[in-house]
Design a protein around this ligand. Structure first.
Ligand code: ADP
Length: 461
């Protein structure tokens, strides 16, 4: 059993949740293996109806489930409710996609022969998710997996079993053949490892740290499983002299600090051209002063607590590292005490940072950002691209020329012009380049690439 405590108030016990062992995970994989052909044979109409039902219930219960999510993860209530809505919309989107699992038909180059390019389910899919989007990330992996006829073994992050259980309970009443969907809560090194090792798990979709992603590559990749890995980011927001300053500040503060900076698409490097550098910093400080850090369920809170103690410690360690490296801490970066005991800290802004500093290179995954000065657009682009990561990159500018150039040349899977690096739509592809992502894109119609295999059939009539 694992205690699920609220990061806003560590005396608030959300619940006690089971922890599966290796053997139980194997049983779930076996159940998924037996059920998968039945689910594939159920056909698109039944799959669409099941997914639609799940989406409807998520949307109807968004306030209640949002409250649970905010309580166990620590993001503020409006963000948590929006996340549940998003999960509902994702299931409804993939309900439609179940009906659009299309192949192709071509004439052969040989007379009398026809070629069909078929899309088929992959089989049993293992889904391993992190704690920062406890319902949306599972939804955007589970929904396409089921839509295209796969069965699922879902291993949520240890920190957020409540949201995972609630989602699984809804899925359990949607009319899937028993064994099609399996929730296995427990440790990554036990449950996740079992999924990585099992020959029966044909594909693994994972979101989490780069080190775990690499580990999965070694274990599951070695047995030639299909892999989709979404890992770290160190997302830049470039601000040019000609930017609308208010808009740039909003993009920066929204992108870096909302959701307590715990988004893989969060901006953590503000790369700012010299002419606007000082004004940008002053305006960000003014805006940060308006934000209240507090209990995730309180009405007046803008930024909730850090999700766990270890993460808070790591964030504060990075604040010390930044200072020691010679960046100037212009704002925040302190542990905070509130009425209830939780993992609170003030948003941290470093200025005069150098692109080579650790705070400018390593993913922190908290409300910590740094400002790096740039001489001009080309210099800013160079700094933006000088990272091993490449998930999301943003630019604030009124110049069509620079915006267009940036869209083409930013080394990232997603590019944002005059809009925050974090915050994406659910019906279009999501993913990065370089060390941020591996494998086919997630979400939107492109999700079919990962969750189906292609078969080429020749028929001599
Ligand atoms: P985060 O920093 O988001 O917690 P992790 O990579 O540690 O990133 O965790 C992401 C997910 O991967 C979690 O569900 C976690 O339990 C799981 N995980 C951790 N270690 C392993 C492992 N060795 N094999 C498979 N999954 C793992």
């Amino acid at each position: 059993m694992r205690e699920n405590l609220s990061p806003s108030d560590i005396t608030d016990l959300v619940g006690l949740y089971a922890q599966a062992d290796f053997q139980q995970t194997r049983q779930a994989i076996q159940a998924a293996e037996l059920a998968q052909p039945l689910w594939a044979a159920a056909g698109p109409q039944r799959r669409a109806e099941a997914l639609d039902r799940i989406g409807t219930e998520l949307l109807a219960r968004r306030e209640e489930l949002g409250r649970l999510l905010a309580r166990e993860e620590g993001k503020v209530l409006p963000e948590a409710i929006a996340e549940v809505s998003r999960a509902g919309h994702i299931f409804k989107f993939f309900a439609g996609e179940a009906l659009r699992m299309s192949g192709e038909h071509l004439e052969s180059v040989r007379p009398g022969i026809e070629v069909d390019i078929l899309r088929q389910p992959v089989g049993v899919v293992g889904i391993i998710t992190p704690w920062n989007f406890p319902i949306a990330i599972p939804a955007w992996k589970i929904a396409p997996a089921l839509a295209y006829g796969n069965s699922v073994v879902f291993k949520p992050a240890d920190l957020v079993p409540g949201s995972a259980w609630a989602l699984a309970e809804i899925i359990s009443r949607a009319g899937l053949p028993p064994g099609t969907f399996n929730l296995v809560m427990g440790r990554g090194s036990v449950v996740g490892q079992a999924l990585a090792e099992s020959e029966s798990v044909r594909a693994i979709s994972f979101t989490g740290s780069t080190s775990t992603g690499r580990h999965l590559m070694q274990v599951a990749g070695a047995r030639l499983a299909r892999l989709q890995l979404e890992m770290g980011g160190k997302n830049p927001l470039v601000v040019l002299d000609d930017a609308d300053l208010d808009q740039a500040v909003e993009c920066a503060v929204q992108g870096a600090y909302f959701s307590t900076g715990q988004r893989c698409t969060a901006s953590s490097r503000f790369i700012v051209e010299k002419g606007v550098y000082q004004r940008f910093i002053e305006a960000v400080e003014v805006r940060l002063d308006e934000l209240r850090v507090g209990h995730a369920l309180h009405d007046d809170t803008h930024i909730g607590p850090v999700a766990e103690e270890g993460q808070l410690r790591q964030n504060l360690d990075y604040v010390d590292i930044g200072r020691a490296e010679g960046a100037r801490l212009a704002y925040g970066g302190q542990p905070l005490s509130r009425q209830t005991e939780g993992y609170y800290m003030s948003p941290a802004l470093f200025v005069d940072a150098d692109a080579d500093m650790r705070i400018a290179r390593e993913e922190i995954f908290g409300p910590v950002a740094c400002v790096i000065p740039a001489d001009n657009y080309e210099h800013a682009l160079d700094i933006a691209n000088g990272s091993p990561f490449g998930l999301s990159a943003g630019i604030c500018t009124r110049s069509l020329k620079h915006a267009t150039h940036f869209k083409r040349h930013a080394q990232s899977g997603m590019v944002m012009v005059n809009t925050p690096t974090a915050g994406v739509d659910y019906h279009v592809p999501f993913g990065g380049t370089k060390a941020s992502s591996y494998g086919a894109r997630e979400q939107g119609h492109k999700a079919m690439e990962f969750f189906t295999t292609v078969k080429t059939a020749y028929t001599h009539a």
